[in-house]
Write a protein that binds this ligand. Structure first.
Ligand SMILES: [Zn+2]
Length: 61
C-alpha cells in the first residue's frame, strides 16, 4: 500500500516538474519557456508548415 502511494506521488511530482520547465511545440519539437510561445509556434507550424524566425528566436534550443 505504501509503495503504491509513493509511486503515485513520484509520478505527479515528475509531471509537475516537466510541466514547469518547458513547453514543446509538438510539430517542430522546439522547446519554449512559456506556454504562450509554444502555442503560437504550434499555431504557426500547423498553418504555414514552416518555422517562424521570430518565434524560434525565443526557443530554448
Ligand atoms: Zn513549431
Amino acid at each position: 500500500m505504501k509503495r503504491i502511494f509513493l509511486l503515485i506521488f513520484m509520478c505527479s511530482f515528475l509531471s509537475f516538474c516537466s510541466e514547469k520547465t518547458t513547453y514543446k511545440c509538438t510539430i517542430c519539437e522546439m522547446s519554449f519557456e512559456e506556454k504562450d510561445r509554444s502555442d503560437k509556434c504550434q499555431d504557426w507550424c500547423e498553418n504555414h508548415h514552416s518555422c517562424n524566425v521570430e518565434i524560434i528566436s525565443h526557443s530554448i534550443k
